[in-house]
Design a binder for this molecule. Structure first.
Ligand code: NAP
Length: 281
């Protein structure tokens, strides 16, 4: 029997599913639309109710796809969207949010993130996020691609510690955040949202992941995803544009890797021994 998906807790106490769905590169091709809609709906039906998007994705097309695929399920889903750094100012985030709300055909975004650092006015962006929260247009705000020093800078600002999550590149082949950033986030009960959990389908074709997968009769993608989901205080948003991949990803959330399997993975994909700068895709 399928178990319900575990959750992680936002600093406000709200629980979100450990496994959600990404949508980068979705909504951009007419001939893929039917499959993508089916995939997103199947994911929600399977409990992957957190759906990640951004104003950047397909220049707004991903947000429109979510409205079309999941509009009727709005009350069941938790929408994460992101604002470009060049819109990262007090007025900029408010204007960008209004545009995203229109494309998403909703009255609120559940978690609104600054996509990456790049010439934004961080203090202004935080003030804009807080205003959006007061106005009921967003429920939580957070950041993405913020390394530890960026988080320190954010937390030194007024209301900076109201940040609800940091979405980062983290998977079995990119373990840099384990040395400093993930412990920093955990100390503050701030969930990390791991993006590209199967490394954008670029994991090595042959590795210990295949051996573990073969022994369990699953795919190496599922083992890679199960490994991410097993990390404390981490949730993840794999992108899958067909129902078969969505089902596999959902099943991965029920895989509990053994101590021996984790040790095998560590011997091939080594944990960091020193600080590494946060990578991004
Ligand atoms: P990903 O989820 O690691 O990988 C997606 C790729 O893996 C797709 O080619 C997908 O194929 C394939 N895949 C997924 N499940 C599979 C399965 N069970 N078996 C075989 N192949 C499978 O990479 P991602 O899209 O880069 O990251 C996930 C999400 O994170 C994005 O969609 C986006 O929402 C977010 N993200 C955020 C940032 C940021 O800067 N904040 C950056 C990158 C990504 P199909 O599509 O054919 O199913």
């Amino acid at each position: 029997m399928t178990r319900s998906i575990e959750t992680v807790t936002l600093p406000t106490g709200e629980a979100i599913p450990k496994l959600g769905q990404g949508t980068w590169e979705m909504g951009e091709r007419a001939n893929a639309r039917k499959d993508e809609i089916a995939a997103l709906r199947a994911g929600v039906e399977l409990g992957m109710t957190l759906v990640d998007t951004a104003e950047m994705y397909g220049d707004g097309e991903s947000e429109k796809l979510i409205a079309e695929a999941l509009g009727s399920l709005r009350e069941d889903i938790f929408i994460v969207s992101k604002v470009y750094p060049h819109n990262g100012s007090e007025r900029g985030v408010q204007a960008a949010c209004e545009r995203s709300l229109k494309r998403l055909k909703t009255d609120r975004i559940d978690l609104y993130l600054l996509h990456w650092r790049g010439g934004e006015d961080l203090e202004g962006a935080v003030a804009g996020f807080e205003k959006l929260k007061r106005d009921g247009k967003i429920r939580h705000w957070g950041v993405s691609n913020f390394d530890t020093d960026d988080m320190e800078e954010l937390f030194a600002l007024d209301d900076g510690n109201a940040c609800a999550s940091n979405q980062i590149l983290y998977n079995v082949a990119r373990r840099g955040p384990e040395f400093e950033l993930l412990p920093w986030l955990r100390e503050r009960s701030l969930p990390a949202m791991a993006y590209s959990p199967v490394d954008h389908a670029r994991l090595p074709k042959k590795s210990v992941l295949n051996d573990i997968a073969a022994a369990r009769g699953v795919s190496m993608f599922q083992i890679a995803l199960a490994w991410v989901l097993q990390q404390p205080g981490v949730c993840s948003i794999p992108k899958a544009s067909n129902v078969a991949h969505v089902k596999e990803n959902r099943a991965a959330a029920d895989i509990a890797l053994t101590r021996e399997e984790v040790a095998q993975i560590d011997s091939h994909f080594r944990p960091p021994k020193s600080k590494q700068h946060l990578e991004m895709l």
